[in-house]
Design a protein around this ligand. Structure first.
Ligand SMILES: [Zn+2]
Length: 374
């Protein structure tokens, strides 16, 4: 009898584990388009925040927009003048590669996840909401395997070209999609193309988001230039950037720009990451870099993942089962202040970290079992 119950229990768990995340796209805006601001959902979200006092900076034009000439005073436009305000632009942990991937999830993402799992590395995935509703199971897998999720907007439009209300719609629809898929409410974001100024920052702050840029041109892997730029050129260029970094004091780590948007970018990632491992650079997600034990916003319906301590290259970074976050630091507290780049990523941008999951889905499965058995 006990054996029968144990067997049935195992089958039940396997069945629950096999249940795919379901998101009904009909309940979301059109993919890859700026969501309308007149929908009941967006109207309700706009009522929750006060946008009065937002800087009155004119909207830019273009995809991505050209730099204004002459520059707009007090705009603090990162992609054009390197002004980062209080954006995070460097990994706070020394000698650490802040591992971030933008523009997913995609059909190429599982290959990257396999590699990260094999090498015991954790990353932050800056996901696009339009992709999130198409691949919710990939989001679940990312969380389950100790990665950190962050926002890269709904439709990947340059935010300085959008109204304040459109920015709210872009962020909140993405937040809703990831919350529905994983139970986690996003806290960090990366602006598409690194396109951010003080008006965008104002709106993001109202929504509780922390912008994460990348650590300047040298840490743009240029993976998005492939095949215009050959894979060999990308690897050679980035290898030299790593050599320069290794020769520095390495007091702070760096955030790279990488993408899990296609097999082209994922395949080159599998060749770039070993360059860091052989140089004995540690790896961490944004949560790991910033020692953030609460890497998601309040309102998450799943337990907060536990931040792991170890981020050494090739070493385990995921500690499972902890209910109470412990922010044992791998690095220095506080945000980076390194100046940003002066170029614009024509398609993508991203970031990564080392958090572990406190059995989010295991807990959900257990709850489901309890419900079924009751
Ligand atoms: Zn992007």
């Amino acid at each position: 009898m006990v054996k029968f119950l144990a067997s049935s229990f195992t089958v039940l768990l396997l069945t629950i584990a096999a249940v795919k995340a379901q998101i009904n796209p009909a309940l979301y805006p059109k993919i890859n388009e700026v969501p309308p601001v007149t929908s009941p959902e967006v109207v309700a979200w706009l009522k929750e925040i006060d946008l009065t006092g937002a800087p009155t900076i004119e909207l830019h034009v273009g995809a991505p927009p050209a730099c204004p000439n002459p520059p707009i005073a007090n705009e603090c436009y990162w992609t054009c003048d390197g002004c980062a305000a209080d954006d995070i632009t460097a990994c706070a942990a020394p000698n650490t590669w802040g591992l971030t991937f933008d523009d997913g999830p995609s059909t190429a993402t599982p290959t990257l996840l396999d590699y990260l799992k094999t090498n015991k590395l954790s990353a932050s995935f800056f996901v696009i909401g339009s992709n999130a509703i198409q691949y919710p199971d990939t989001l679940k897998r990312e969380v389950t395997e100790g990665h950190h999720l962050a926002s890269h907007t709904w439709s990947h439009h340059a935010l300085t070209t959008l109204t304040n209300e459109q920015i709210v719609a872009e962020m909140k629809w993405t937040e809703k999609a990831v919350l529905e898929a994983t139970g986690l409410r996003l806290k960090y974001m990366r602006p598409p193309y690194g396109d951010i100024n003080n008006r965008v920052r104002f709106v993001l702050k109202k929504l509780g988001y922390i912008p994460v840029d990348w650590t300047g041109d040298a840490f743009d892997t240029n993976d998005w230039r492939i095949p215009t730029m050959t894979e060999a050129q990308v690897i050679d260029t980035f290898s030299k950037s790593l050599d320069t970094y290794v020769a520095s004091d390495k007091a702070k780590g760096f955030y790279c720009l990488e993408h899990d948007v296609s097999s082209l970018t994922v395949n080159v990632a599998l060749k770039l990451l070993p360059l860091g491992i052989t140089r004995k650079i540690n790896f961490a997600s944004v949560a790991g870099c910033e020692s953030d034990a609460q890497p998601y916003q309040a309102g998450s319906t799943a337990p907060m993942p536990t931040l792991s301590a170890g981020t050494s290259a090739g070493q385990p970074t995921a500690t499972k089962g902890g209910a109470t976050p412990s922010a044992s630091a791998t690095g220095v507290a506080g945000n980076g202040t390194v100046n940003g780049p002066t170029i614009v990523d024509p398609k993508n941008k991203s970031g990564a970290s080392s958090i572990a999951v406190s059995g989010v889905f295991a807990a959900a499965a257990a709850a489901a079992v309890a419900l079924i058995l009751a």
